[in-house]
Design a protein around this ligand. Sequence first.
Ligand code: PRP
Ligand code: URA
Ligand code: MG
Length: 211
Amino acid sequence: MRVHVADHPLITHKLTVLRDVNTPSPVFRSLVEELMTLLAYEGTRGVRVEPVDIVTPVAPTTGVRIADPKPLIVPILRAGLGMLEGMTKLVPTAEVGFLGMARNEETLEPTTYAERLPDDLSDRQCFVLDPMLATGGSLIAAIEFLLKRGATDVTAICILAAPEGLAAVEQAMEGRGEVTVVLGAVDERLNELGYIVPGLGDAGDRLYGTV
Ligand SMILES: O=P(O)(O)OC[C@H]1O[C@H](OP(=O)(O)OP(=O)(O)O)[C@H](O)[C@@H]1O
Ligand SMILES: O=c1cc[nH]c(=O)[nH]1
Ligand SMILES: [Mg+2]
């Protein structure tokens, strides 16, 4: 598994505001989208392109365009939905599939409560979006879901990770095909409740309120 941690002062600056307990939901939502756009730049470095002939006002030339079949973006509900717009701004021709997952806050085990994805992912480049990689359980389950549908090329983009969860994903994905994880930052640790420290709290609640 390839891991890339973005190291950029703009990302660190925006993350600092995102972490602040006093940052209200509307600002939090804008920042998640902005951070996603910055991470999408790193996360799509390997996006498949094909040559295309065009004519500029000066001369014919060959450029590239995003290849068919188009990439599939998979936000993990709820919190991953906050990243979707930031990603589609950069890759507007991508298609979007959905996975709904919730972590049981006592056992920390994820359950999948919704799915809307193509049946066959064998020729699709998949980009999974979830701001938080804590124990890694949700991301492992999401990637496993895509691999079972035949995906062979998966990039997960997360804003924050805990070292324990990142290690768990690396272990689970050993020898499982082309999996890349792109991160805004790796924090110190998980606390006894399974929250990332210092983290930013519950990303879903901060985006959408408690339900
Ligand atoms: O690495 P893990 O320990 O599995 O934790 C991370 C998961 O927890 C959060 O979702 P949550 O279950 O809170 O659902 P929500 O997005 O609806 O709030 C987060 O968005 C991840 O999906
Ligand atoms: O710190 C954490 C851990 C899991 N999910 C979150 O939203 N935040
Ligand atoms: Mg949540």
